[in-house]
Design a protein around this ligand. Structure first.
Ligand code: ZN
Ligand code: ZN
Length: 77
């Protein structure tokens, strides 16, 4: 069983999970350093300073290392 870490929805296959992650409304932020996706609330405590919730990743800063997925979509298309 593969479970989306953002919304806890479960999927039969890894592919189904991958497809879901592209559209998951709860995975709003994207780290361009490690490629991880996560909820906005996981990346910031105060809504001002953002950093990647991945322990092994040093990325920080909204619009620097971290981007909103919706922003990435609108700028790349
Ligand atoms: Zn999800
Ligand atoms: Zn990261």
């Amino acid at each position: 069983m593969h479970t989306c870490r953002n919304c806890n929805q479960s999927f039969q296959t890894e592919l189904a999970l991958e497809l879901h992650r592209d559209t998951c409304k709860k995975g709003q932020l994207f780290c361009q350093v490690c490629g991880e996706r996560f909820r906005e609330g996981d990346a910031t405590q105060d809504g001002w300073h953002y950093e990647c919730p991945n322990d092994e990743c040093e990325a920080e800063g909204l619009q620097e290392d971290l981007y909103r997925i919706e922003d990435v979509r609108t700028t790349t298309h």
